[in-house]
Write a protein that binds this ligand. Structure first.
Ligand code: CP
Ligand code: NVA
Length: 304
């Protein structure tokens, strides 16, 4: 594994290795066991979009690993004034040991990896959110003790989260069901990939169908970053795709609910469902820290 650009690039063994190391690093953090695997390393964090969790978990994670995080807002970088990503990649590769980037186009992340010579981590694009889904898989595995054979249902927009959940879920042996309107389905390349898993993948427009026998129900905002102007129109499109108690009554008893956050109560999830499942949702948020530390160690520690 040279980069984390999208989960499609990773084998099942690589995903499992990340999750195992994440569990170990979480244990070490909780027990005050030093784990400064990235001592002397500098890692740049480029943000072209807003962030709370990704920014703070990467900055503190790098600090805990003994490295130096550099927060690089695109508003301050020359990228913001039109310097090509190809040049930025070649320059930053001479200063840094790794880069995390959050941006719009997946091609920008792929270009950074192609033109640079250091590990690149995708901290969210319009196409996917691999760091989030690694944390989700870690959280699900913590609760159930395994991933194989579980059914995960995602309700709502066929967006970056849906794309990564499909790939991450199927690669780790889960059954994945997606309920989204026909006009807002997941990416065509991801659906092609999912097809190869036969009955283990289900795409429907019916949230009730998707959550039947589900062990885990996941949702995400109806208006992702960059779609703020379409909020009202999108609220109408997704009106029947809310995760509420009535919908969850169709899932398995004791169903787990996950949300990458930020959550919009009263839209994609009710206040009650959110608060009933707050513990597992915030555990998921915490696990961003541990999962990303594992990714950075595997990509950047010299002896790997
Ligand atoms: N879930 C997530 O990526 O949160 P932020 O946008 O706050 O980083
Ligand atoms: N789909 C959301 C995820 C936020 C973490 C977005 O892209 O804004």
């Amino acid at each position: 594994m040279k980069h984390l650009l999208k989960l499609l690039d990773l084998s099942t063994e690589e995903i499992t290795r990340i999750l195992d190391l994440a569990d170990q690093l979480k244990y070490e953090r909780k027990h005050g066991i030093p784990h400064e695997h990235l001592k002397g390393k500098s890692i740049g964090l480029i943000f072209q979009k807003s962030s709370t969790r990704t920014r703070v978990s990467f900055e503190t994670g790098i600090y805990q690993l003994g490295g130096q995080p550099l927060f690089l807002s695109s508003a301050d970088l020359q990228i913001g004034r039109g310097e090509p990503i190809q040049d930025t990649a070649r320059v930053l590769s001479r200063y840094l040991d790794g880069i995390m980037i959050r941006t719009y186009g997946q091609d920008e992340v792929e270009n950074l990896a192609q033109y640079g010579s250091i590990p690149i981590i995708n901290g969210l694009t319009d196409f996917c959110h691999p760091c989030q889904v690694l944390a989700d898989l870690m959280t699900i595995r913590e609760k159930f003790g395994h991933l194989e054979g579980l059914k995960m249902a995602y309700i709502g927009d066929g967006n970056n989260m849906a794309n990564s959940l499909i790939v991450g879920g199927l690669k780790t042996g889960m059954d994945v069901a997606i309920a989204s309107p026909v006009t807002h389905q997941p990416d065509a390349m991801v659906l092609e990939f999912a097809k190869t898993y036969g009955d283990h993948f289900q795409l429907t427009t019916s949230p009730v169908e998707a959550v039947k026998q589900a062990d885990i129900v996941v949702t995400d905002t109806w208006a992702s970053m960059g779609q703020e102007d379409e909020k009202e129109a999108r609220a109408k499109i997704f009106a029947g795709y809310q995760v509420n108690d009535e919908l969850l009554a169709n899932a398995k008893e004791g169903v787990m609910v996950q949300h990458c956050l930020p959550a919009y109560r009263g839209q994609e999830i009710t206040e009650k469902v959110f608060e009933d499942h707050a513990d597992e949702i915030f555990e998921e948020a915490e696990n961003r820290l541990h999962a990303q530390k594992a990714v950075m160690v595997l990509l950047m520690k010299e002896t790997n």
